[in-house]
Design a binder for this molecule. Structure first.
Ligand SMILES: [Zn+2]
Length: 54
């Protein structure tokens, strides 16, 4: 499971993943080139972070 999120939605994405998995997720920064083609899962901004299961 992976969620892409912008700066504004980092906390929201973390909450969602914690609620779904009952575990604290990994939070990583997206690489520069990936940012350009990836949108936040919760709004239209470009994604800056990726939240994933350990
Ligand atoms: Zn967002």
């Amino acid at each position: 499971m992976k969620k892409y999120c912008c700066e504004m939605h980092v906390n929201h994405a973390l909450d969602v993943v914690v609620a779904e998995t009952k575990e604290y997720p990994l939070l990583e920064k997206l690489e520069e080139e990936a940012k350009l083609s990836t949108k936040c899962d919760y709004c239209e901004n470009e994604a800056k972070y990726i939240v994933s299961r350990k």
